[in-house]
Design a binder for this molecule. Structure first.
Ligand SMILES: Nc1ncnc2c1ncn2[C@@H]1O[C@H](COP(=O)(O)OP(=O)(O)OP(=O)(O)O)[C@@H](O)[C@H]1O
Ligand SMILES: [Mg+2]
Length: 353
């Protein structure tokens, strides 16, 4: 005899893929009917046309189907009413909405910063995040490069996030990495023309009104330099660590040094340096060529007394994969390039915070 309780017990193992909580806790199980060996469940989605509905449906079918004696599982999908969404938002707010900016937060915040634009910050952000995810960590990625957002494209996360009620934004889930970016809120071709206070408000919202859930890491793609957003980040996140990205040129390294200075002023520690576009390995002879010179990153590391955590080669697979929304750490984890990001992630994970 199959009981309703047995079914509920199994349903409690099904997680909402966006909110990362059991569907039973989120009020998504509308009804359960058992008739002999047949079980019928009605699941309420947070929004109509939820892109992850098939996943929820499959997970429910699998979980309930695993109960001994069950022969048939029917899953009906329904949608929450506005009131139910509001109730859910209220339930999520106190426990799940970010505590990242609180002093006692245990989330490790890693800000990828650089002096100059175009040195590979976003590439490092998504790949280090992907590597931490592969290590089993719960990871969020916040694209704080409001004008030059690109994380949404690099992770193929361009759909609009669900807003569950006043002030609870559900991040987009990509391979279990929770992502939020300006690129989800505006058209990719629309220039963002905001002044300082609005930028500050957006960063504040991304930090405090996104239902990040329980995170081990929040990796932030910061805009280059020491502008408004960088200042907001440093004020809101004094406990964050900065991962400096630079290219081998002396000039790039010098400007990166200024970002380190700003971080230092608010007490943020530089965890290390990643030298991007460090060399090119000839596919024919296997020799490494220093296209952009060498030494800048090394000198910066010495000046700042921080470790140089990795040398990322110039790799044509990076822009190609980046455009397809697949960081190389996921698409080709054994490659020389991916392994550098994995080593950087390991060093980050080993550091004390
Ligand atoms: N090691 C590399 N080898 C080849 N291409 C790379 C490498 N690193 C980055 N790129 C490419 O260079 C371009 C700039 O990289 P990315 O967007 O990561 O830099 P960024 O510092 O975030 O730039 P921005 O300041 O514009 O935000 C991208 O097209 C990226 O795919
Ligand atoms: Mg970028």
């Amino acid at each position: 005899m199959i009981t309703r309780d047995q079914v509920m017990e199994r349903l409690a193992t099904v997680m909402d893929p966006e909110i990362h909580k059991p569907i039973t806790e989120l009020g998504m199980v509308a009804s359960v009917d058992v008739e002999g060996a047949k079980v019928r469940c009605t699941i309420k989605l947070t929004v109509a046309g939820c892109p992850l509905s098939t996943r929820i449906e499959d997970d429910v079918r699998r979980a309930v189907g695993a109960i001994p004696g069950v022969q048939d599982v029917a899953v009906l999908l329904d949608v929450m009413t506005p009131q139910e969404r509001e109730d859910l938002a209220n339930r999520l707010r106190p426990r799940h909405v970010s505590t990242i900016t609180r002093k006692d937060s245990t989330v490790r915040v890693l800000i990828c910063g650089s002096g100059k634009g175009g040195v590979g910050k976003s590439t490092v952000t998504v790949n280090v995040a992907a590597a931490l995810q592969r290590m089993g960590r719960a990871v969020g990625v916040l694209d704080a490069d409001v004008y030059g957002f690109s994380v949404s494209r690099m992770l193929a996360a361009r759909q609009q996030p669900v807003v569950l009620g006043d002030g609870v934004i559900v991040p987009i889930d990509v391979h279990d990495v929770r992502v939020i970016s300006m690129g989800m809120l505006v058209d990719e071709n629309t220039p963002v023309m905001w002044r300082g206070p609005m930028l500050h408000k957006l960063v504040d919202q991304f930090l405090n009104e996104v239902a990040w859930g329980e995170l081990d890491y929040l990796v932030i793609d910061a805009p280059p330099g020491t502008g408004d957003v960088a200042i907001s980040l440093s004020q809101e996140l004094p406990r964050a660590r900065v991962l400096l990205v630079t290219t081998p040129q002396e000039a790039a390294a010098r400007v990166a040094g200024r970002v380190a200075q700003m971080a230092g002023k608010v007490g943020q520690e530089v965890i290390g340096i990643v030298e991007n576009m460090a060399y090119f390995r000839c596919p024919n002879c296997g020799e490494a060529h220093d296209i952009f010179g060498r030494g800048g990153a090394q000198r910066l590391a010495r000046d700042l007394h921080v470790p140089l955590l990795g040398h990322v080669p110039i790799d044509p697979a990076l822009p190609t994969g980046g455009d397809m929304g697949e960081p190389i750490v996921w698409s080709d984890p054994e490659s020389e390039t991916a392994q550098v990001f994995v080593e950087v992630a390991k060093a980050v994970d080993k550091a004390t915070w």
